[in-house]
Write a protein that binds this ligand. Structure first.
Ligand code: ZN
Length: 449
């Protein structure tokens, strides 16, 4: 497709900064030109037009930590202590999930994500079927994503089979929109030897399949302050100097590591992350809802660590809304540090776009620049809560709602137009999800009798 997007303010998140009365041209899946409308328009006269007058055009948002299948379980159980929430509510229901439920839950979360301006998602879940899985949902709905299989010490054989199948079948598919990752669940559920083996496996996959894009190493790290205790209890090893320091001793760190949460870090952990190029993903809403604590985001950034943003799964957030996450990220640091200058709007926007792309080792996304993938969103700012407009960056973080996203492009394709999902029937997805919920609940009842 040849498309000229014109008439709005382009927030490139790249070298050209913010361009008022800007325009950009797209050929197939790539951006080929961006600049002032009067310079760009004459060169691409014959291209189909997308009118973005009164709107902000920016890169699609990158949600760097999710569990998209869990869309089906949203709101099933809330307001419990973490252990009780998992053991008595979430895990028993999850145990009843079949591949079909995972596929439907994933479609639901992807639809919600696209409609709210998220074009790329990094998701960790169980890969249990060659077709009915998260990768298929992302491919079918026209999104971009990194799909992992979550690994635990108690099912090593099963994990190896799942990882092999996932990487062989899905890495680089859907015109390169789908990539895969190796996902050790956490340092307290994956024993030291298995952690080392999974790192080695990631390196092997990169040697064999890396020409289709990086295969990343995605893991929950230091989500709660008691993680060193849990590691000692599980495997009899010390992580008292810090969970990242412990992982460094195992030799598993590297720039392809995506560390979700990073709440309870030591000073040593932060220095090691910077030295090894480990990427952090901050999930402020989930951390607040589960009372996990507050990630030292400002310290991480100061040390030079790439910090991206994520929502975490729909059960612990409970939305896939990255605009809400951006606002919370900023407000949380401000109140905790007692400093209104902490985590300004510009930094938060970078975390949700360019730094998200860096975190996923996917440099072709995250900014509007010639040569990058055409993943972008058009936000309508002709609204009472966005009028008048002094600063696009301020509005985007503190005032825009995800429902202000009007049009969404992924890989040069219009996937949402005037707030309507174009790639699949949204009403069908919601109907299937409601049926799947009833089915899950009846399976749970059957299990009890
Ligand atoms: Zn998570």
């Amino acid at each position: 497709m040849e498309l000229l997007v014109e008439g709005g303010t382009v927030l490139t998140m790249g070298q050209k900064g913010t361009i008022r009365d800007g325009a950009l041209a797209i050929e197939d899946d790539r951006i080929v030109a961006v600049g002032r409308a009067r310079e760009i328009k004459p060169k691409f006269r014959r291209y189909e037009r997308l009118d973005a007058r009164g709107c902000i055009i920016m890169p699609g948002l990158v949600n760097a930590h999710q569990h998209i299948s869990m869309g089906l379980l949203r709101g099933y159980a809330d307001d419990y202590p973490l252990k009780e929430w998992l053991e008595q509510h979430i895990w028993p229901l999850e145990a009843k999930m079949e591949p079909y439920h995972m596929y439907v839950g994933s479609l639901l979360t992807c639809a919600e994500s696209l409609l709210s301006g998220v074009t790329t998602v990094n998701t960790m879940y169980h890969y249990a079927h060659p077709e009915l899985n998260e990768a298929k949902a992302i491919a079918d709905i026209g999104m971009r994503g990194v799909v992992g299989h979550v690994c635990f010490s108690w099912r090593k054989e099963e994990d190896r089979r799942a990882l092999d199948d996932l990487v062989r079948r899905w890495h680089g598919t859907a015109d390169g929109r789908v990539r895969v990752s190796v996902d050790p669940h956490a340092p307290y559920t994956v024993d030291p030897d298995y952690m080392v083996e999974l790192r080695r496996l990631t390196n092997e996959y990169n040697e064999r399949y890396g020409h289709e894009g990086a295969i990343t190493f995605h893991i929950h790290v230091a989500e709660t302050p008691d993680e060193p205790d849990k590691i000692r209890e599980a495997f009899g090893v010390s992580a008292d100097e810090g969970v990242v320091a412990y992982l460094d001793r195992l030799g598993v760190l590297g720039p392809d590591m995506v560390a979700a949460h990073c709440v309870a870090l030591t000073g040593k952990d932060i220095a090691i992350m910077a030295r090894r190029g480990v990427k952090a993903v901050h999930n402020p809403v989930s951390n607040m809802k589960l009372a996990s604590g507050v990630s030292p985001v400002v310290e991480l950034l100061r040390a030079g660590v790439v910090v991206a943003l994520g929502t975490d799964g729909p059960c612990s957030n409970n939305t896939a809304d990255m605009f809400e996450t951006m606002k919370f990220a900023s407000l949380l640091q401000k109140v905790v540090l007692n400093d209104p200058t902490a985590l300004p709007a510009r930094t938060v926007l970078e975390m949700a776009t360019v730094r998200g792309a860096l975190a996923l080792s996917w440099p072709e996304i995250g900014a509007i620049e010639p040569g990058k993938k055409a993943d972008l969103i058009v936000i309508d700012v002709r609204k009472p809560h966005l009028t008048p407009l002094y600063s696009e960056e301020s509005h985007l973080v503190y005032a825009v709602r995800s429902s202000d996203v009007r049009t969404v492009l992924v890989d040069g394709e219009i996937v949402v137009e005037d707030r309507e999902l174009k790639t699949m029937d949204l009403a069908d997805i919601m109907e299937e999800a409601t049926k799947a919920k009833e089915d899950l609940l009846s399976r749970l009842e059957e299990g009890k009798t």
